[in-house]
Write a protein that binds this ligand. Structure first.
Ligand code: G
Ligand code: G
Ligand code: NA
Ligand code: MN
Length: 254
């Protein structure tokens, strides 16, 4: 009950923030984009993890106004990033399956882009396996439309759901993100290594670029580089941080 009251207040006050985590091209040692991750700090509850409040927001439908706030803040902070001189970096947004399945999902997203006078080329959309497993026709239609608008598309947390690569080939996806549970043991466990290697090779055959999530050590990077993984995301480079800190991070990186 407290959570419900507090979330509604937070929506009213647009009290959600975005933190950003860089994605690094390991062949070129270059930052190519940022993933936006929502953060909520509440007076009474402290930092509430999105792992906690997003599922609740999905159950109650509050995810719709929250998603709206997230997208608007991403547009506002994209302008900050561009002002700081970073003209090419894209921002990835995680889209909840509940939001994705809304009938007016495409219209609402386009309206927000127009409101901020920005284009889809600046953004990537991350959907989970769970999202694309629902109602195939509608999913394909929406993903194709998002691609036509200019968004890049990622399948997130790959390996944790029920999809297979042969299934994914029907969707117009640009990136496959290998879930961090596979990356975690990649240094010690040969079977994890074999799975990650196989995912990378198959994704490449299907013309997708591969992003490894949750990378925390140089040993993991070396193995992933050898396997031909394209991009890395994880604490090894940076935790998710607010946009002002991220801009400082980018300046130090160069
Ligand atoms: O960033 P963190 O590890 O705390 O995120 C926990 C979970 O919340 C992850 O599954 C992540 O995908 C999800 N999450 C984080 N930010 C967002 C967001 O902006 N939108 C949605 N739909 N999910 C998010
Ligand atoms: O579900 P999704 O992949 O969007 O969730 C991303 C979450 O993973 C973020 O909340 C972020 O805080 C977390 N994360 C990012 N990098 C690392 C990492 O290197 N290690 C761990 N354990 N978590 C990470
Ligand atoms: Na994600
Ligand atoms: Mn993920």
């Amino acid at each position: 009950i407290t959570l419900d009251t507090e979330i509604r207040k937070a929506i009213e006050h647009r009290d959600f923030e975005l933190y950003y985590q860089p994605k690094v091209n390991i062949k070129k040692n270059k930052i190519i984009g940022l993933e936006a991750l929502v953060r909520w700090k509440n007076d009474k509850l402290g930092f509430v993890s999105p792992a906690e409040f997003i599922p609740y927001a999905e159950e109650t439908g509050l995810i719709i106004p929250i998603s709206e706030i997230i997208l608007e803040k991403a547009c506002e902070e994209l302008a900050v990033l561009r002002m700081a001189g970073y003209s090419k970096l894209s921002i990835s947004i995680n889209i909840s399956s509940i939001h994705f399945q809304q009938q007016n999902f495409l219209e609402s997203i386009q309206k927000t882009l127009e409101k901020y006078n920005t284009s889809a080329q600046n953004f990537e959309i991350e959907v989970t396996e769970r999202t694309v497993m629902n109602s195939e026709e509608d999913t394909i239609r929406k993903l194709v439309r998002l691609k036509q608008l200019g968004f890049k598309l990622s399948i997130d947390d790959f390996g944790t759901g029920y999809s297979s690569l042969s299934y994914l080939v029907r969707f117009p996806l640009d990136y496959l993100k290998i879930d961090r549970s596979f990356i975690h043991h990649i240094v010690n466990l040969d079977d994890k290594q074999a799975v990650v290697d196989a995912i990378i090779q198959m994704a490449h055959r299907l013309n997708m670029k591969v992003i490894a999530e949750g990378v925390e050590s140089i040993q993991q990077i070396n193995i992933l580089r050898e396997m031909g993984c394209d991009y890395i995301q994880g604490y090894y480079f940076s935790k998710p941080i607010p946009m002002d800190e991220l801009i400082e991070f980018l300046q130090l990186w160069e």
